[in-house]
Design a protein around this ligand. Structure first.
Ligand code: PLP
Length: 419
């Protein structure tokens, strides 16, 4: 399928980046399991190393199976170029590192996935890089935190696990008025629910491990470039060689050439293959995830053991109206958090589950729970946990696509077991 054709999302998600004639009539992309590629002539290998052809050289640099996934993601996000990587964290790291130099700053919402938070606040600190954390939904605070050293603004479309939804169009406008780009982690929303480029974002990041692959079989990440940001400004003098080489895709070239290749964050092609099998059903799965999540949220809301519930689909949620606008009434995501009496009640609830899996992942077609306070955030001190809204009474629930009656029945019988 020609990526430029304006098929609808349900069609694109299956056909983008491929056509039946591409691989001897095969309808599923092949796995190119080869470390390296033969070149007929020394001249061609030289041209390829100089970036003058798109031929493949070596798997750490590019791979044909990975490239098919890249083309599919470009079509779904409506960007201009993409690089897939070994994990979502590889994508977060490479995208940010391509922009940052020692002593630089960036502004980020404080509603961040745990490893992203640690990368920003601990790892980057070693290079005297300052991450200015402000309330993700407070656009004025984001603007106030920008100064002459700021290189970008970073935000999650739906914060994990805070479930808050920032106004991307407003934040993109603020970033651009200061001559800096907006980077968006679109993992929880997926391009089915939200396409950040349409709202003005410049770079989209994904953990493909979650909804995009959808079956808990593959780990991966992607950086997608809108190709729309002007990198020739004063703040980005270091982009000149990349602009000279790749023009509008200077940022992606910097991510790939300077970081992905040298950090060795290669995606194994089997992971791209598995991700693409999952991707075929993304639209259907998202519809069902979100339909089920809303029903589960309403079910939990009525249970006396549940002390609070945090799902943007509920009308009294602070992000409800921006979600409706930004996600064009398509839904509110497949994840939610809720409170029980205390940590003991959370553990009793988890131990009581019969159908739902207890594990550290989300976006799987199976329903999953975790108690973040005692697992992913166990080594965090309490003030930090509090600042990230990680409380001892909180359960995170990634609602799957099973029969919603069975999900609610399992939740209900496990809640019955809490005191
Ligand atoms: N971004 C978000 C929003 C996530 O939830 C995660 C993982 O849960 C990541 C990034 C990191 O992805 P990965 O586990 O594929 O490295």
């Amino acid at each position: 399928m020609n990526n430029k054709h304006s098929y609808h999302f349900h069609t694109k998600v299956i056909h983008a980046g491929q056509s039946p004639g591409d691989w001897d009539g095969a309808t599923q992309p092949p796995i190119f399991q080869t470390a390296s590629h033969q070149h007929e002539t020394a001249e061609n290998l030289s041209r390829t190393f100089s970036g003058k052809t798109n031929d493949h050289i070596y798997m750490r640099l590019t791979n044909p199976t990975n490239r098919i996934l890249e083309e599919k993601l470009v079509a779904l996000e409506e960007g201009q170029g993409a690089v897939v990587m070994s994990s979502g964290m590889a994508a977060v790291t490479n995208a940010c590192m391509a922009l940052l130099r020692a002593e630089d700053e960036f502004v980020t919402g404080n509603s961040l996935f745990m490893s992203t938070y640690l990368l920003f606040t601990n790892v980057f600190k070693k290079y005297n890089i300052t991450a200015r954390l402000v309330e993700s939904t407070d656009a004025d605070a984001i603007e106030k935190a920008i100064n002459s050293r700021t290189r970008f603004v970073y935000i999650e479309t739906i914060g994990n696990p805070k479930m808050d939804i920032p106004d991307l169009a407003r934040i993109a406008g603020i970033a651009h008025s200061h001559g800096i780009p907006l980077l968006v982690d679109n993992t929880l929303a997926t391009p089915y629910l939200c396409r950040p480029f349409e709202l003005g974002a410049d770079v989209v990041i994904h953990s493909t491990t979650k909804y995009l692959s959808g079956h808990g079989t593959a780990v991966g990440g992607a950086v997608i470039d809108s190709g729309g940001f002007d990198w020739s400004g004063e703040r980005f003098q270091d982009f000149k060689p990349f602009i000279d080489r790749k023009g509008a895709l200077a940022f992606l070239d910097k991510v790939w050439r300077e970081h992905h290749i040298n950090f060795g964050t290669t995606q194994a092609p089997i992971h791209s293959y598995l991700t693409m099998i999952g991707l075929d059903t993304l639209a259907l799965r998202m519809e069902r995830h979100m339909e089920n999540a809303l029903e589960v949220a309403r079910f939990l809301d009525k249970r006396q053991e549940v002390t609070w519930i945090n799902y943007p689909g509920l009308e009294d949620h602070p992000s409800h109206s921006i979600a409706r606008k930004q996600f064009r009434d398509k839904g509110f995501g497949g994840m939610l958090t809720f409170g029980l009496k205390d940590q003991t009640a959370c553990f009793e609830f988890i131990h009581g589950l019969k159908l739902i899996y207890h594990l550290a992942n989300l976006g799987d077609c199976k329903t999953l729970v975790i108690h973040p306070y005692s697992s992913q955030y166990v080594s965090f001190d309490d003030p930090t946990r509090e600042s990230l809204s990680i409380t001892a009474d909180m359960i995170r629930l990634s609602v799957g696509i099973e029969d919603v009656g069975d999900i609610c029945e399992d939740l209900g019988q496990a809640l019955d077991k809490t005191k």
